[in-house]
Design a protein around this ligand. Structure first.
Ligand SMILES: [Zn+2]
Length: 177
């Protein structure tokens, strides 16, 4: 062990210095490992972003539903009804009005500010609410916006949901949230 040759042979740092760098194989292994890690991590990150955005939209939907419930309990068992306004606004203004009847009714007493609806990657972020008189009035439009049924005669009266027939990250229909 005391002889110089043995020390060199047994000490890895001495070997390291002699090699002075990585071999091509070592570099290729490192590059491959980084490639594999990023192939796993990047899609996972994208999924996480989508998952958290969906969760935020679900939370916003819950906020709107509880606001509508509080309105219901404070107004002798009726939901915000848009029948008159819907009639006045139909057909095209229904989709273009900046402030809808529902927003007018709920802000600021029941919600401070109108929450955002975002279901990536299908649709862009929006705070628009499409007000429908009846559930049957709904068409196949998939626009990722809030939709509200405001006719007191409809079985879905008071129902708010996301107008999107795409599926979420868990393979459930977004309209069914
Ligand atoms: Zn959609």
């Amino acid at each position: 062990m005391n002889n110089k040759k043995d020390t060199k042979k047994n000490c890895p740092s001495a070997n390291w210095r002699i090699k002075a760098g990585f071999t091509l194989i070592e570099l290729m292994i490192v590059v491959t490992v980084i490639g594999i890690l990023s192939a796993i991590a990047i899609p996972k990150f994208i999924n996480m972003t989508r998952k958290s955005t969906e969760a935020a939209t679900k939370g916003n939907l819950a906020t709107l539903r509880s606001a509508i419930s509080i309105y219901y309990s404070e107004n002798e068992g009726t939901y915000p009804a848009n029948t008159e306004s819907a009639k006045a606004m139909e057909p095209t203004a229904l989709y273009t009005a900046n402030i809808t009847y529902l927003q007018n009714t709920l802000i600021p007493k029941y919600v401070n500010r109108w929450p955002v609806c975002h279901v990536p990657p299908h649709h862009n972020k929006t705070d628009t609410v499409d007000e429908y008189s009846t559930f049957a009035q709904l068409d196949v439009t998939c626009d990722g916006e809030w939709a509200y049924i405001g006719n007191g005669d409809d079985t879905k009266f008071g129902h708010i949901f996301v107008e999107c027939w795409h599926k979420d990250i868990n393979d459930s229909y977004i309209s069914g949230w």
